[in-house]
Design a protein around this ligand. Structure first.
Ligand code: UFG
Length: 342
């Protein structure tokens, strides 16, 4: 059985990937310092899978502690999620983002190099493309000026991985550039846990429907789109989790065309803010309070993925549509308060 180390394995995308790995019979170790999660997520992973991952509550910016995890097992691969992810916070506190996100990655790569661990899958973002000139966005597009310190940490991280891969004969890396991950596990036992007021659309919608927020503010309806609201490529988090296993298998089975590869992970379909709201209302049979206000600064009009390369090379494709995303997000929202009360 293959041994995989997942950093940030109790986070939103990390926890779904851990479940998927365990369902596929991988042995999983998790490093997570609970900076953006709760310990009940670990218990719920165990409920879903009927198995217990190894859990290290460790801060990845501590090299010695991180390295101590690498000496406990011979890992076949690492999936590195652990990072801060708020665009707006990164603009206010760039030092926090550069320090945490880059030092964590450097420590992981150093440990991999010293302990001869071969394969890393990295959690990147379509934000590395900046404002794309053309749509859909292909992997062939270059990085453009980063829109935020968060975006720049993703660009820098991808380059760091490339340099490490070039520095050894054994390291391989794949960066997965996510579009907009939403929804939750179909069990309703794991999902996104936003701290405070959500920045992102779907947690804001579910919190509004739950009565935690008064109304959703739709940021702008004067974009050049079918209904005037901005367009994104929303992808179900379970489909996204599967892409990590496909990437890992590509590396473990030595199918790589080169030691470092990068893929877009989206559906290829663009949906507007109002498409999302309408799907949420329809599948969950409720009405959402919302009003339209001015555009949010820094937002782009539309972005969606060209998935042809990732579909072909990873042998992976999404299966779930917007309605399943909205249905699972609402199921999760309805469970959160009882989980948090314990
Ligand atoms: N939106 C609203 N109201 C809200 C929240 C969002 O109308 O309360 C709109 C936004 O204006 C945007 C769309 O919903 O048009 C999606 O917004 P999100 O904040 O959910 O997602 P973004 O596309 O802005 O950001 C996401 C990730 C970032 C990543 C970025 C680019 O959250 O981490 O994609 O990759 F950097």
């Amino acid at each position: 059985m293959k041994e995989i180390l997942v950093t940030g394995g109790l986070g939103y995308i990390g926890s779904h990937t851990v479940v998927e790995l365990m369902m596929k019979n991988y042995n999983v170790s998790i490093i997570d310092n609970l900076s953006n999660s709760e310990i009940f997520i670990l218990e719920n992973i165990e409920k879903i899978t009927g198995r217990n991952p190894i859990f290290f509550n460790i801060d990845l910016t501590d090299y010695n502690k991180t390295n101590s995890c690498f000496t406990k097992k011979n890992y076949d691969g690492v999936i590195h999620f652990a990072a801060f992810k708020s665009v707006s916070e990164s603009v206010e506190y760039p030092e926090k983002y550069y320090s945490n996100n880059l030092n964590s990655l450097l420590n992981i790569l150093r440990c991999m190099k010293e302990n001869k661990v071969d394969n890393i899958v990295f959690s990147s973002s379509c934000t590395v493309y900046g404002q794309p000139d053309d749509l859909p966005v292909s992997e062939k597009f270059p990085f453009k000026e980063a829109e935020s310190p968060y975006a720049r940490t993703k660009q820098i991280s991808e380059n760091i991985i490339k340099d490490f891969v070039n520095s050894t004969s054994f390291l391989s890396g794949i960066s997965l550039r996510y579009f907009n991950p939403v929804g939750a596990h179909h069990s309703g036992l794991i999902g996104e846990l936003p701290i405070g007021i959500p920045d992102n659309l779907v947690p804001y919608i579910t919190q509004t429907a739950a009565g935690i927020r008064k109304e959703l503010q739709v940021f702008g309806d004067d974009y050049d789109t079918h209904d005037g609201t901005a367009i994104r490529d929303y992808i179900h988090v379970e489909d996204l989790a599967e892409a990590h296993i496909a990437a890992l298998e590509r590396m473990c089975e030595n199918k790589m065309d080169s030691e470092y590869e990068y893929y877009n992970i989206g559906t290829g379909v663009g949906n507007s803010v109002l498409d999302v709201v309408k799907s949420f209302e329809r599948v969950n049979k409720l009405k959402l309070n919302y009003s339209v206000i001015e555009r949010r600064s820094g937002d782009i009009e539309k972005i969606f993925s060209d998935c042809r390369i990732s579909n072909k090379k990873l042998g992976w494709a999404t299966k779930k549509g917007l309605d399943e995303m909205m249905n699972s997000a609402w199921k999760w929202q309805n469970n959160i308060s009882s989980f948090l009360k314990g």
